[in-house]
Write a protein of this length. Structure first.
Length: 76
């Protein structure tokens, strides 16, 4: 089980919801893709202190922001 970076207690997996599930949309996403520009997020909440960590799908982020040959943006 994951441990809280704030207090070291056990984290519980979940997701953040509003009217729909929250996602991240990169500012520099490619315009023409076969999928949506949204990167789904996952959340973990500490059972002790309430700290929430949010993570996203880095593989999809790379696909949305890579160049024609799949390399990252310049300078990365």
């Amino acid at each position: 089980m994951d441990k809280c970076s704030r207090c070291g207690a056990e984290m519980t997996p979940g997701a953040l919801y509003s009217p729909v599930r929250l996602s991240f949309r990169p500012q520099d996403a490619k315009f023409m893709t076969l999928s949506t520009g949204d990167v789904l997020t996952k959340a973990m909440m500490c059972r002790q202190c309430g700290h929430i960590e949010i993570t996203g799908d880095v593989n999809k982020l790379r696909r949305l922001t890579s160049g024609p040959e799949g390399e990252g943006r310049p300078g990365e």
